[in-house]
Design a protein around this ligand. Structure first.
Ligand code: CTP
Ligand code: CA
Length: 244
């Protein structure tokens, strides 16, 4: 087992991967959510464990059959592990990621994090009043977990990785948007995914561009989500500070 070349270059490394999509409660029975399947994050967790890492997978609303793909088959000396922490809201995901990140060599934010949440969540279900339009739902901005991690560096030498799905026409503004986002976030690596036209969400193959924190292009990968995951770990390994 291991990466495509059987690499064991993450043995005993601690990594955190967030995956899936957060849900923000509107009331006890409703939420604002997104369509992220969690497949890319699950592939990242599995690939890291196959390379020997101890992975904390912070899973936001991922279907159980998708989550089952996170466990690696590896066993014995130097085998990796995947611990799953299931969360729903952005606040819960933030707590879980930051808790695990305090001990981690790498944090990968592959989750689709809700940008906004309802300002208030009533304890009782919102009732409709016949003939009257519904009250508007006031939204507030969520914290940017990736930017916080990149700027705070909860552990010295920690490698911080973000994902970005951008839409645009084919004239390259996806790359422009990605480069600006890379600089804004301050992460070591931003995995840029062009979505729309059947790419990205829910599809089997991805085409991604790896950017560094200054927006420079480090490389491009086309392939399945497991192949993209291995390319991300290849890039991360180059950034890891060797152990004493
Ligand atoms: N992210 C995060 N916290 C948020 C929003 C996003 O940690 N509140 C992370 C995502 O997990 C991803 C990266 O930031 O790794 C980029 O997410 P994206 O939605 O593309 O960027 P935003 O900064 O939210 O910008 P926008 O949605 O407006 O394009
Ligand atoms: Ca966003």
């Amino acid at each position: 087992p291991g990466g495509p070349s059987g690499s064991r270059d993450l043995v005993a490394r601690r990594v955190v991967v967030s995956a899936g999509g957060t849900r923000e409660p509107i009331d006890p029975v409703r939420f604002i959510g997104n369509r992220s399947s969690g497949l890319q994050g699950v592939a990242l967790a599995r690939a890291a464990a196959e390379r020997g890492a101890h992975v904390t997978l912070v899973a936001a609303n991922i279907a159980l059959e998708v989550l089952a793909g996170a466990s690696s088959a590896g066993q014995g000396q130097g085998a990796g592990t995947v611990d799953v922490v299931r969360v729903e809201s952005t606040a819960d995901l933030r707590d879980a990621v930051r808790g695990a990140a305090a001990e981690a060599d790498v944090v990968v934010m592959a989750a689709a994090v809700a940008d906004f949440r309802p300002a208030r969540t009533p304890d009782a279900k919102i009732k409709k009043v016949p003939g009257r339009p519904p009250a508007p739902i006031e939204l507030v901005l969520n914290p940017d977990i990736l930017a916080e991690l990149a700027h705070e560096r909860l552990r010295p030498g920690q490698v911080v990785v973000g994902f970005a799905a951008e839409t645009g026409d084919e004239t390259g503004d996806v790359l422009d948007l990605g480069r600006a986002k890379a600089r804004r976030k301050g992460a070591d690596l931003l995995v840029l995914n062009a979505v729309g036209g059947g790419r990205g969400f829910g599809t089997v193959t991805n085409e991604v561009t790896l950017l560094d924190g200054t927006g420079e292009v480090l490389g491009q990968v086309a392939g399945t989500k497991p192949e993209v995951a291995d390319a991300v770990w290849d890039a991360v390994v180059k950034l890891l500070v060797p152990r004493a």
